[in-house]
Ligand binder design. Structure first.
Ligand SMILES: [Zn+2]
Length: 344
């Protein structure tokens, strides 16, 4: 009985060796593997026969079957690498069109868009100062975009040549400032908010203008707020963003919704504020700001005798251009992977 099994195993080993060594493609080798080593292969069949082996022969049987298994595995694995390196195997059906000798493709991880990166940084700075981040609508009424922000009826921005009107008094917001009005209508002072979002203006697209851009807007209203608070907060913000070595300068300006109004600029990094080809006079204008106009408070029924506040607005693309040294605003929306890959 046992001798019979032994003979059978020897026959299997011999047959398997012949078949494995004559396999001439990876699919033939795989067929051999299934025939001998597969779940329903010959090895399994032999192992299943243990029930008919007398108890005293079983240890010897186990040794024999193990030797059979190892012998089959060895024969199979000694041939296996040939088919993954041999170029002629590329012509077999399983590997048609695949060159297994080519190096793998590099999968690059994605990253945030530079405008998203700067937005994250800006909101992070103001969150640390206790400002809440709020959101608003992109389609606004003329009331919230202009009237309530103290724009006179004949203000040039109300012109259809400057603003995208959807119908009569509905438009695509030209700044994020309507959010200030909507927040102040709902909340009593103190108010400390930053808002961010897309704005739309009928500007022709060039290196520094885009009909769509992102703005960050800030508003702080409380008792006793004055211009030195504005200077303090915005100087802190700009030096945080651009580095403590940069000087911040405020110059008088005009906006309908603030009085007095100012432009904040930072010293040029190329010349250190002395004046050069890039900056002209040594400073780069960054944002508009000012003390909230009493008329704006009247619209939202805040007592302008009791409360004062400051507001500011800044284009995120402008910040990103200055911070990352980008010279053309159009690069931000062209989706050129070579450009975007530089930011992480
Ligand atoms: Zn300069």
């Amino acid at each position: 009985m046992f001798e019979e099994i032994k003979k059978k195993i020897e026959a299997i080993v011999k047959e398997a060796r012949d078949e494995f060594s004559s396999a001439s493609s990876s699919s033939q080798l795989e067929a051999c593997r299934i025939k001998y080593l597969g779940k329903k292969g010959l090895l399994s069949e032999v192992m299943a026969g243990i029930g008919s082996v007398p108890a005293e022969d079983r240890p010897a049987f186990g040794i024999l079957v193990n030797a059979l298994k190892n012998s089959l595995l060895e024969t199979w694995s000694s041939r296996k690498p040939e088919f993954f390196t041999r170029p002629e195997d590329a012509s077999s059906d399983a590997y048609k069109g695949i060159d297994a000798t080519l190096p793998g493709r590099i999968v690059r991880a994605g990253g945030l868009h530079p405008v998203s990166l700067i937005q994250k940084e800006v909101l992070g700075i103001f969150s640390k100062l206790g400002f809440d981040v709020v959101d608003g609508r992109e389609v606004e009424t003329e009331y919230y975009n202009f009237d309530a922000l103290n724009h006179p009826k004949n203000h040039p921005a109300r012109n259809v040549r400057d603003t995208f009107f959807i119908k009569n008094d509905v438009l695509l917001r030209t700044h994020t400032s309507p959010i200030q009005v909507r927040v102040m209508e709902k909340v009593r002072p103190p108010v400390r908010i930053v808002a961010v979002g897309k704005c739309y203006r009928r500007d022709a697209s060039d290196a520094s203008h885009s009909p769509v851009f992102n703005q960050v807007e800030g508003l702080l209203v409380d008792k006793g707020i004055n211009f030195s608070h504005l200077k303090g907060v915005l100087s802190f913000f700009l030096t945080r963003l651009f580095g403590s070595g940069r000087k911040v300068r405020f110059t008088p300006s005009f906006f309908p919704f603030t009085e007095p109004s100012a432009e904040a600029a930072i010293s040029c990094s190329a010349c250190g504020g002395k004046g050069c080809r890039i900056c002209g006079n040594g400073y780069l204008e960054i944002l508009g700001c000012g003390m909230v106009h009493p008329n704006v408070f009247n619209y939202v029924k805040y007592d302008s005798e009791k409360y004062t506040g400051f507001a500011f607005g800044v284009g995120l693309e402008r910040l990103a251009m200055l911070k990352y040294g980008v010279e053309d605003i159009r690069l931000f929306c062209e989706n050129d992977i070579r450009f975007l890959r530089q930011f992480k």
